[in-house]
Design a protein around this ligand. Structure first.
Ligand code: 2AM
Ligand code: CA
Length: 283
């Protein structure tokens, strides 16, 4: 490596430092806007919301990333047309980029709009299709969850470990109610009907990224949701993998950037949960 290359590397911030900076800055700003947003628009349905704060947060994150890494690609929720087709096309187009940042500027916009303090900023970095860095920041609790591939996952400076439940009957499980009321929501209701009697209890708090972070931290045994987008899942999936858990699609295939129907768990209850979910899909 030449001297000039060396100087560049030394002067560069690490990927993790940039991700933390982006999530913290955006999160703190979002928190000041709870109850104070001015424009509320609907995307695919009456329950699929977006505000100017989602867009401002994404702009802030995008410009910070590109300041440090002008050659990297950035995929953000607000840069993609609403609806599953555009989301699938966007990730397909970008997934093989050398470096791709995948950003959800507010995950849990409905909660943000209602002042329910469970929303997050989710930022992942993929290298040729593999997630190598994930940050989920919860500004309401000032909790930052971070994982780097092969280096573990941390919250508040402590290494995270998934929970130890071995059976669904001892498990606290979360799901999310999809915005697609005529399709995904109906299947989700059948799944809920199958899962609820078999677990200790079910939670549905409204931010997929934060639910995934909670599985990583051992606060939830498992989480599933259907019809999600890459930016809801990418960072949280790495948090779980680096905390000893398992992330798959509904069929049990390992997580990849194209997964939309996600099942995530501590590993021990994974097969049991998949079986129950499959029985509901088959009905
Ligand atoms: P969002 O707030 O970034 O939109 C709630 O069940 C979870 O589903 C949240 O993570 C939310 O992310 C996501 N979500 C909401 N509407 C959605 C839609 N139309 N398609 C996919 N995911 C959606
Ligand atoms: Ca969002």
């Amino acid at each position: 490596m030449s001297d000039s290359d060396n100087r560049q590397v030394i002067g560069r911030k690490s990927f993790a430092a940039v991700a933390i900076n982006c999530a913290a800055k955006a999160g703190e700003w979002i928190k000041t806007k709870v109850g104070g947003y001015s424009t509320l628009n609907h995307k695919t349905s009456h329950s699929d919301l977006v505000t100017e704060v989602d867009k401002g947060s994404e702009n802030l994150i995008r410009s910070l990333i590109l300041t440090h890494f002008p050659d990297h690609a950035v995929l953000g929720e607000e840069g993609v047309e609403p609806g599953p087709e555009a989301s699938i096309a966007a990730i397909n187009e970008l997934k093989d980029a050398e470096y791709l940042w995948i950003v959800d500027p507010i995950d849990g916009t409905t909660n943000f709009v209602h002042g329910f303090p469970f929303f997050s900023v989710s930022i992942a970095l993929a290298h040729r299709g593999e997630v190598i860095l994930g940050v989920v920041y919860d500004p309401s609790k000032d909790e930052l969850f971070i994982a780097e591939k092969g280096k573990g996952a941390y919250v508040r400076g402590r290494r995270m470990q998934v929970s130890r439940e071995e059976k669904l009957r001892d498990s606290l499980v979360a799901t999310g109610f999809p915005a697609d009321r005529d399709g995904a929501l109906l299947l989700n209701m059948r799944q809920l009907e199958a899962v609820a009697p078999r677990v200790r209890n079910v939670r549905t708090a409204g931010s997929a990224a934060l639910h995934l972070a909670y599985v990583a931290a051992g606060r939830l045994s498992a989480f599933w949701e259907i019809g999600l987008n890459s930016w809801d899942i990418a960072a949280g999936a790495l948090l779980i993998q680096e905390s000893g858990g398992v992330v798959t699609d509904l069929e049990g295939n390992p997580y990849h950037l194209g997964v939309r129907d996600v099942v995530a768990s501590n590993g021990a209850v994974h097969d049991e949960l998949l079986k129950v979910l499959r029985s509901a899909s088959a009905e």
